[in-house]
Design a protein around this ligand. Structure first.
Ligand code: ADP
Ligand code: ZN
Length: 727
C-alpha cells in the first residue's frame, strides 16, 4: 500500500504530494487526512496523507517508508480535505497552508508535542467488597486506610481528595487502583436561563428559515432588535435534529457577552474558538466538537473550519465586519467557506447585521439572499436620537476634545446615575507629535508611518512594527527648538481629560492597550455591567454587539478619522461604525442619546447616520460605486509585490503589470502600479496593482501562472489578494 503525502513545508515549490510506502503494521489503521511522520531528505518531518493506493508508482526514485502515524484519534475528514482544495483555489495558497489554517496550533502538522490531553485522576476499589471487608477487619487500627476504603465503597473519588500516604499503601496492596479520565479544560457552569417568547417580527424571521434547504438569509435587524434571540431559537431546532451549529462573531470583545448568552441557554453544549484561548484549551474545544460533546461552536473567523460532521446551520453575526476576511495568507473570506460548507451539508446560512455590507444587501435586493428584516427594538427601547456637533466653533472656544453640548449631556447622564460611552477610533495619547517651529514629525525608521505617543509609558510607538523610543523632552531633534507639541487625539488623552473634568466619577478605558492581558476584557465588561464605572472610553472595540442597558449616552469624539480614510469603502464603514456605536445607547427602557462631533457637519454619511437611514446610505453609496466602477459592480483583485530592495521591487511590479496587461480580457481594467497606502512596513517596500473586472474567465489562471513565476525569485514576494478589503 502506498500513501501520497503532502509535506509540512508551506512553500509553492513543494505544493504537491510525495509517495511513501505504508508499512505492514500501519496498513489497517492508516486513513486519508491523518498526520504521519516521514523521512524527507536527511530529516524526519511530518505530513498529511492525501490519498492511498495499492498501485506501485513508476518512479525512478527509491520509495521511502512512513515512520509512524501521529495522533491516530484525530484526522481531517473528507469534507475538510476537499475544503482545503477549495481554499487553495479560492486564495491561491498552498494546500498545506490551507490545511494548517483549519487546525488549532496543537494539531498543526509540524507540531512536535505528542499530547495536549488533560486528565483527571481518580481512585477506586480494585477488589470485591468481601476482600475489602476482610482487610478492614484485620486492620482495625489503620483508621486512615479504613476511612478511604469506606469512601470508595460508594464509588470512585478524586485522587487529590484523599489522604495520600495511606492511599499509596492501599494501591501497593492492590486494594485500590488509579484511573485516568481525559477532561476538557473549559467547563462553564452558569445558571440556565429560559428562552424568550419571540416578538412578532422575530417570529416572522425565524419561521422563514428552512433548516432543510441550502439557502442564504440576510437578517437585517436594527441594533437591539433581538437578532441573537432569533439565532438561539434556530440553534435549538438544529440541535433537536441532532445536528450542529457554527456561529461566527467578529472578535473576542464580542464573544464574551454573546458566548455567555449561549452558555446560559445551552450549557456545556457550547464550544468556543478564538485567539485568546491557550493551546490546550483550543485543543480541548476542538476535541469536544470531534467527540460530539458540543453541538454549538461559537467563535471568530477560523471557527468556520470547526470539525463538525453534521452541520445544520451556520450563522455569521455582524456579517459586515472586516474581521471575517483574513488579512494575511491565506486571504480567505469566512463567508466563502460558510457557503461551501452549508452547500455540502445542505443547510442554511444566516447572515445577521444592523448594517449589512453593500454586497450582501445588493444580493438580498436581487433575491439571491432571502431578506429578513427586524425593524423595531425589543420592548420599549427606542432608537436613540443622534445630534451632530460642528467642532469648528468649539475649537475657537478652545474646546479641543469635548464640545459644550457633549459636556452638558455627560453631566446630565451622570447625575441621573446612568453610564456614558465615549468612542474614539485611536488608541494612544495623541496621534501626532510634531515641532511647532520646523514641522518635524517623528516617523518610524522601518515603516511609512508617524509614531504614536503613549503617555503612560512616555514612549513613541509604531503601531505596525512595535518600534518605540522614549520621548525625552520637548526639544526638537531637527531644529533644537523647545517646540514639540502634540496634536490629534488618542483614547489615553481623552481619559486624562475626562478624569480631570469629572473627578468624582469612575472612568475605564477599553482598547488594545488595556485589554492585552488574558481575561482583561471580561473583567472590564463585567465591571461595566455591574456599574463599577460611570464613563467608558474606547476604540472600535466598544462599538459592536455589547449590550449595557444602563448606557444612555454615547459620544463620538471625532467622526472625521474614519470619514477621511483614503478608501472607497470609507463611507460604508463610517456609516456602519457610527450606527453600531449609536446602537450602544438606550438599549433598555431608558431613552438614549448620541452626540457626534465632526468638522464636516454637512457630510452625507453623517446625515444618514443621524436619520438612522440605512437604505438612504445604501442607495447613495451604491450609486457612487456604480459610477466609479467599484464592487459590488465589479470584482477586484490586488496584486502586490514586496521586497527589501527599492529598485528591484519597483522594476518587478512594472513587469507584473505588463504581464497582466498582455493576458487579460479587453474589458478588464488594470490600475497602477502604485505604491501601497502603507508604502514601507518593517523595512519592506510595497507596490500594488489593482485589477477590476466583471467577466474574465482567464484571470485566475493568469494569476496562478504569475504566482508560479515568483517561486524562484529571491528577495521578492508576490501577494495576490482576491476581494481586498482595503486598497
Ligand atoms: P441585537 O443583537 O439585535 O442588537 P439583542 O439580541 O442583543 O439585539 O437583543 C437586545 C435585548 O433584547 C437583549 O437584552 C435581549 O435579551 C432582549 N430580547 C431579545 N429578544 C427578546 C424577546 N423576544 N423578548 C424579550 N426580550 C428580548
Ligand atoms: Zn514601524
Amino acid at each position: 500500500m502506498y500513501a501520497n503525502v503532502l509535506v509540512q513545508y508551506e512553500v509553492k515549490s513543494l505544493d504537491h504530494t510525495f509517495t511513501y510506502l505504508v508499512p505492514e503494521e500501519l496498513q489497517d489503521i492508516i486513513q486519508v487526512g491523518m498526520k504521519v511522520s516521514i523521512p524527507f531528505g536527511h530529516k524526519n518531518i511530518n505530513g498529511f496523507v492525501i490519498s492511498l493506493t495499492d498501485e506501485k508508482p513508476n518512479s525512478e526514485y527509491e520509495i521511502k517508508t512512513i515512520n509512524s502515524i501521529i495522533n491516530k484519534d484525530i484526522k481531517l475528514n473528507k469534507e475538510l480535505m476537499d475544503l482545503g482544495i477549495f481554499l487553495q483555489n479560492k486564495t491561491l495558497c498552498t494546500l498545506m497552508t490551507a490545511y494548517q489554517t483549519m487546525l488549532p496550533r496543537a494539531l498543526k502538522v509540524d507540531n512536535k508535542k505528542e499530547s495536549y490531553d488533560k486528565y483527571q485522576i481518580y481512585v477506586e476499589l480494585d477488589q470485591d467488597i468481601d476482600t475489602i471487608d476482610r482487610y478492614i477487619l484485620g486492620h482495625q487500627r489503620s483508621k486512615k486506610q479504613i476511612e478511604i476504603l469506606n469512601i470508595l465503597r460508594d464509588g470512585r473519588a478524586l485522587k487529590g481528595e484523599v489522604n495520600s500516604s495511606s492511599l499509596k499503601t492501599l494501591i501497593k496492596l492492590g486494594l485500590v487502583k488509579e484511573t485516568r479520565e481525559s477532561i476538557y479544560r473549559i467547563n462553564r457552569i452558569v445558571e440556565q436561563t429560559k428562552e424568550y417568547k419571540l416578538t412578532e417580527e422575530q417570529e416572522m424571521a425565524y419561521k422563514q428559515v428552512d433548516l432543510n434547504k441550502n439557502n442564504t438569509y440576510l437578517l437585517h435587524g436594527v441594533t437591539g432588535s433581538g437578532k441573537t434571540e432569533v439565532y438561539m431559537h434556530l440553534a435549538k431546532d438544529v440541535i433537536d435534529q441532532g445536528k450542529c451549529v457554527i456561529m461566527l462573531v467578529p472578535e473576542i470583545s464580542l464573544t464574551t457577552q454573546i458566548v455567555n448568552r449561549f452558555y446560559q441557554r445551552f450549557g456545556n453544549d457550547v464550544a468556543i474558538y478564538h485567539s485568546n484561548l491557550s493551546d490546550g484549551e483550543k485543543y480541548d474545544e476542538y476535541k469536544k466538537i470531534l467527540n460530539g460533546d458540543a453541538h454549538i461552536v461559537v467563535g471568530a473567523r477560523s471557527a468556520i473550519f470547526a470539525p463538525v460532521d453534521n452541520l445544520g446551520l451556520v450563522i455569521i453575526d455582524e456579517e459586515h465586519s472586516d474581521t471575517y476576511k483574513q488579512a494575511n495568507n491565506p486571504r480567505y473570506q469566512a463567508l466563502d467557506i460558510a457557503k461551501e460548507r452549508t452547500k455540502y451539508h445542505n443547510c442554511p446560512l444566516v447572515l445577521g447585521s444592523a448594517t449589512p455590507s453593500l454586497e450582501s444587501m445588493a444580493r438580498a435586493q436581487k433575491g439571491v439572499y432571502t431578506y429578513l428584516p427586524l425593524t423595531k427594538r425589543v420592548g420599549n427601547a427606542k432608537i436613540p436620537e443622534v445630534q451632530i456637533v460642528d467642532m469648528a466653533p468649539e475649537y475657537k472656544k478652545r474646546n479641543m476634545i469635548l464640545s459644550d453640548t457633549l459636556k452638558l449631556e455627560i453631566m446630565n447622564c451622570l447625575e441621573n446615575n446612568e453610564q456614558v460611552m465615549l468612542f474614539l477610533n485611536r488608541r494612544g495619547y495623541s496621534t501626532l507629535i510634531s515641532c511647532t517651529s520646523c514641522g518635524y514629525t517623528y516617523k518610524c525608521p522601518h515603516c511609512d508611518i508617524t509614531l504614536t505617543y503613549h503617555k503612560s509609558t512616555n514612549k513613541l510607538k509604531c503601531h505596525y512594527c512595535d518600534y518605540s523610543i522614549y520621548l525625552k523632552d520637548n526639544i526638537c531633534p531637527e531644529c533644537h527648538e523647545k517646540a514639540i507639541r502634540d496634536y490629534g487625539l488618542g483614547t489615553e488623552k481623552i481619559e486624562s481629560e475626562i478624569k480631570e473634568l469629572f473627578p468624582s466619577y469612575k472612568v475605564v478605558r477599553m482598547d488594545a492597550d488595556t485589554t492585552s492581558k488574558k481575561g482583561a476584557h471580561e473583567e472590564i465588561i463585567n465591571g461595566i455591567e455591574n456599574h463599577e464605572y460611570d464613563i467608558i472610553i474606547g476604540t472600535q472595540m466598544i462599538s459592536k454587539g455589547l449590550d449595557f442597558p444602563n448606557v444612555t449616552l454615547v459620544g463620538v469624539i471625532n467622526a472625521d478619522t474614519s470619514l477621511n480614510m483614503p478608501d472607497f469603502r470609507s463611507g460604508e464603514h463610517t456609516f456602519s461604525l457610527l450606527n453600531q456605536v449609536s446602537g450602544r445607547a438606550g438599549r433598555s427602557s431608558k431613552l438614549g442619546k448620541v452626540i457626534i462631533q465632526t468638522f464636516n457637519p454637512d457630510n452625507k454619511t453623517l446625515f444618514y447616520v443621524q436619520n438612522n437611514d440605512y437604505m438612504g446610505n445604501y442607495n447613495y453609496e451604491m450609486n457612487l460605486r456604480r459610477i466609479l466602477k467599484y464592487p459590488p459592480y465589479c470584482f477586484m483583485i490586488a496584486v502586490r509585490v514586496t521586497g527589501k530592495d527599492y529598485d528591484k521591487t519597483s522594476k518587478e511590479i512594472l513587469r507584473v503589470a505588463n504581464y497582466l496587461k498582455n493576458n487579460k480580457e479587453d474589458s478588464t481594467i488594470i490600475l497602477g502600479p502604485t505604491t501601497c497606502t502603507l508604502f514601507k512596513v518593517k523595512d519592506i517596500f510595497r507596490f500594488q496593482i489593482i485589477i477590476k473586472y466583471r467577466f474574465d474567465e482567464k484571470i485566475i489562471e493568469t494569476l496562478k501562472e504569475l504566482d508560479k513565476m515568483f517561486i524562484d525569485k529571491k528577495d521578492l514576494n508576490i501577494e495576490i489578494d482576491i476581494d481586498p478589503l482595503d486598497i
